[in-house]
Design a protein around this ligand. Structure first.
Ligand code: NAD
Length: 489
């Protein structure tokens, strides 16, 4: 099984088969490294979206009657099948997203499979949870028919975070992948079919957000719409769903900060600054900065700013921008021309903003094809600067100097986003005190590894709803109270 290339006419995945949609337009998919078209995918029409919802609605009741254990087993089996397709998945995502060879196995394929395995591991308890409240037994039922809309930055992971918990929970799904990177989704759909998922439980429609995405978000047959993408599109999705009173989950953007707290022990704080610079650049430049949870701001004690800048210059020496298929590359191109242009515009504005200066930037002038931008680190002493306030979604890090702990918190809190943060300190109590003050969905201490089944999601403009692990499954369930005439034993 290989991802489709060239002209893809049979782009509608309906009832476990590839079907030609009635839409007549095509969306191009570019190779990010060359800018050349590798596929053109036929878009669905409104009528195709209706067909997909009809199919999902028919399948959902029957799927909900399958035992939770058997449903979870299908997710597990699909994960095994996808694991066997790792080479195809990697090559497809390297081309459609531009993720470099050194990251694609872990950050793309590995993360997607991990999300599916962790969902399978935690789903059964979440689905079968039963509690007693007085004379009522509270059980969980599938949410019903789900509309799922995903972005292009992690084509397998983002799809897995919605499809795996929905299917395990007993829902049926109409999924629209991003038009920039839809090819991976066909592999996912085929893997689920091969794993024994009944026809209609997962349907895929391709096309633009404005037409196909909005048709899903505003579909009267959707019981729940789960969206990941930009703030602007998320708001449109919520408004379209609201006309039917449909519940939504929005995983939106971020401008997440790593905060190094000052302390008396000079050696310790120096080491923390150096480690935080290295860690934050890896986070910010990974997948060429196209990660919603990327740490795109680093807040350091002002008195240690010069040391932080020295470390930045040393780290950037080691950054290699280049072809995603070249093993030496550490930062690849952006996924699309549009994204490259957006990031270039952010860099242009930053270059003209008073109070913002460049510490280091990689030269990419030798890369004449494809969607490359210069990975850049700036210092921004103005908390209102656009480079501090706006999500760039590219390899651009803004360092903000802080006068003290209170100022560091104020700076971290000073954007409209609230996704994640890291707080660098060895002091657990101090970590928790600062972490509890930050209005974000999650906070990680220093360089602790991410816990991939802990709940993930935002507050403020970063959205609402949670994905990953048991909390991710909960989104696809609704509690039902069964109130017996006489209390049950
Ligand atoms: P986008 O919002 O343009 O597109 C995301 C998806 O929404 C695509 O499938 C697109 O076709 C669809 N869409 C666009 N307009 C729509 C509309 N009006 N109605 C319905 N669907 C619509 O975002 P993008 O450029 O693909 O992705 C980048 C953005 O996504 C960034 O802002 C990033 O932070 C965010 N993102 C967030 C997370 C998260 O988990 N919080 C993860 C990845 C990306």
């Amino acid at each position: 099984m290989a991802s489709p290339r060239g002209t893809v006419d049979d782009s509608l995945w309906l009832d476990n088969a590839r079907v030609v949609p009635s839409g007549t337009t095509y969306a191009p998919v570019d190779d990010s490294a060359t800018g050349e078209e590798i596929a053109r995918v036929r878009s669905a029409s409104g009528e195709d979206v209706d067909r997909a919802f009809d199919s999902a609605a028919r399948a959902q009741r029957r799927w909900a009657d399958v035992s939770p254990a058997d449903r979870v087993a299908v997710v597990g089996k699909a994960t095994d099948i996808l694991e066997g397709m790792a080479d195809d998945l990697a090559v497809t995502m390297q081309a459609e997203v531009g993720t470099v060879a050194s990251q694609v196995r872990g950050a793309q394929v590995g993360l997607g499979l991990t999300a599916m395995r962790l969902t399978a591991a935690s789903a059964l308890d979440a689905i079968t949870a039963r509690e007693k409240i007085g004379g009522s037994d509270v059980v969980r039922e599938p949410a019903g028919v789900v509309g799922a809309i995903t972005p292009w930055n992690y084509p397998l992971f983002q799809v897995a975070l919605k499809v795996a918990p929905a299917i395990a929970a007993g829902c049926a799904v109409v999924l629209k992948p991003a038009e920039v990177a839809p090819l991976t989704t066909f592999l996912v759909a085929e893997a689920f079919a091969e794993a024994g998922l009944p026809a209609g439980v997962l349907n895929v429609v391709c096309g633009s957000g404005a037409s196909v995405g909005s048709a899903i978000a505003g579909h009267p047959r959707a019981d729940f719409v789960s969206f990941t993408g930009s703030v602007a599109a998320g708001r449109k999705v919520a408004m379209a769903a609201a006309q039917w009173g449909t519940r939504t989950s929005l995983e939106l953007g971020g401008k997440s900060a790593a905060i190094v707290l000052d302390e008396d022990d000079e050696e310790k704080v120096w080491a923390a600054v150096r480690a935080a610079v290295r860690h934050t650049i890896v986070s910010c430049f990974g997948n060429a900065g196209q990660t919603c949870a990327a740490l795109s701001r680093l807040i350091v004690p002002r008195r240690l700013l010069a040391e932080a800048e020295d470390e930045v210059r040393a780290v950037l020496e080691q950054v290699v921008v280049g072809d995603p298929f070249d093993a030496a590359s550490t930062v690849g191109p952006l996924a699309s021309r549009e994204q490259r242009d957006r990031v270039a515009e952010h860099l242009r504005v930053a270059g003209e903003t008073t109070g913002v200066r460049t510490v280091a930037a990689k030269d990419v002038s030798h890369l004449t094809r494809g969607w490359y931008v210069p990975p850049t680190v700036v210092v921004a002493d103005d908390p209102g600067a656009p480079i501090v306030q706006e999500e760039v979604f590219g390899p651009v890090l803004a360092i903000q100097p802080a006068d003290d702990e209170a100022h560091a918190i104020e700076l971290a809190e000073g954007t409209r986003f609230g996704l994640i943060a890291r707080v660098w300190t060895d002091d657990d109590a101090r970590f928790e005190r600062v972490a509890r003050r930050l209005r974000v969905g999650g906070v990680i201490q220093s360089d602790a590894p991410t816990v991939w089944d802990a709940p993930f999601g935002g507050v403020k403009d970063s959205g609402y709803g949670r994905e990953r692990g048991a909390y991710g499954v909960e989104e696809y369930l609704v509690p039902k109270s069964l109130q017996h005439r006489a209390p049950q034993a």
